[in-house]
Design a protein around this ligand. Structure first.
Ligand code: UDP
Ligand code: MG
Length: 316
């Protein structure tokens, strides 16, 4: 059996037929310059143009190019996931197929990884995209992600990233989550470096995204934050909110009861009564949701044989 390559490059392609040949022409000489051999995993994400046919040709002329074809358009994150699952290399590179990222940045990033990092992320220093629909929302999103997660990067959205194999084999991605890989991986403890990379305008094909992606990213951020902080103990967050709310409600209700029973102040016509009832109900709801989430969390971890820790090594 042939030896596994050291480097796996994963690239998602959705209607990128006009970029494809140029992409391989640019990337292959760079990968050939790295030691240890390489494979390219091109994921055709349900393209409706001639992307797949062109990939077939590429694969036929070079068996280092492997092609995974999705039945339908499942999205960039799903494409990365599939690539990670099938990758064999110790080093996994992700890059967009539209050539906006510059393959020339790869050797430098690998050198950085070899300095002892687990993830090296690209930072599109001079980003070549539209200002209002892309760069501004992304600026806000980056600040928000950096503030909520433990991994601080300038540019989460850059697809050009390099990972050690055990990182990508140990995470599961959903939704629009590929930009959160460093944050998702942070639960197992990772060293992340960020290096400035070149960014170029698209020369062919069209961007698949618009402003609506920002909203989806923020929603995913809530999920990531929750999973990172509380997935093994959801009652701690839901319970805290529930108990606080319930206790406030109880105090208000108690005060009103005392007033009614001992001071003769009638309950009718006092909006505070409504507040007390609402706070108590919210409290009960949150604690119950917390308990249900506790059960779900056990199912989540145990059904997948997922442990709540990751071991680096054992001396015995
Ligand atoms: N892509 C994909 N599936 C999708 C959307 C995009 O595989 O549903 C790929 C696309 O072919 C490209 C990369 O993801 O290689 C980034 O897409 P795009 O260039 O449109 O994003 P932008 O650079 O504008 O953020
Ligand atoms: Mg692009």
């Amino acid at each position: 059996m042939a030896q596994d390559p050291r480097v796996s490059l994963v690239t998602p392609m959705y209607n990128e037929a006009d970029n494809l040949d140029r992409f391989f022409a640019e990337i292959i000489p760079i990968l050939e310059g790295l030691k240890g051999g390489f494979e390219i995993l091109a994921i055709d994400d349900g393209s409706t143009d001639s992307t797949y046919e062109k990939l077939q040709n590429q694969h036929n002329s070079d068996n280092r190019i492997k092609v995974i074809r999705f039945r339908s358009n499942f999205g960039q994150t799903a494409a990365f996931s599939a690539g990670f699952k099938h990758s064999k290399g110790d080093i996994v590179i992700t890059i967009d197929a539209d050539l906006q990222n510059d393959p020339k940045d790869i050797p430098g990033m690998i050198k950085k990884l070899d300095e002892g990092f687990d993830i090296v992320a690209g930072w599109r220093y001079h980003r070549q995209d539209k200002l209002f629909s892309r760069r501004l929302p992304s600026l806000l999103a980056n600040k928000l992600i950096s503030w909520t997660t433990k991994v601080h990067l300038k540019d989460y959205g850059c697809s050009l990233k390099i990972f050690r194999k055990d990182i990508v084999k140990n995470i599961q991605l959903y939704g629009e989550m590929h930009r959160f890989i460093p944050a998702v991986a942070s639960w197992m403890g990772v060293n992340v470096a960020e290096v400035k990379v070149n960014h170029r305008p698209r020369i062919a094909g069209v961007s698949k995204y618009g402003i609506d992606r920002s909203i989806r990213v923020v929603l995913d951020l809530i999920t990531v934050k929750f999973l990172l902080s509380y997935s093994t103990s959801p009652i701690q967050i839901f319970g805290l909110i529930g108990v606080t709310s319930g206790a406030l409600g109880f105090l208000v209700a108690l005060w009103m009861s005392i007033q009614k029973l001992f001071m003769g102040i009638p309950l009718g016509g006092r909006p505070a009564l409504l507040l007390a009832v609402m706070l108590i109900l919210i409290g009960v709801q949150f604690v119950s949701i917390g308990l249900v989430a506790e059960m779900l969390s056990r199912t989540y971890h145990e059904s997948q044989g997922k442990s709540t820790y990751v071991i680096k090594n054992i001396l015995s």
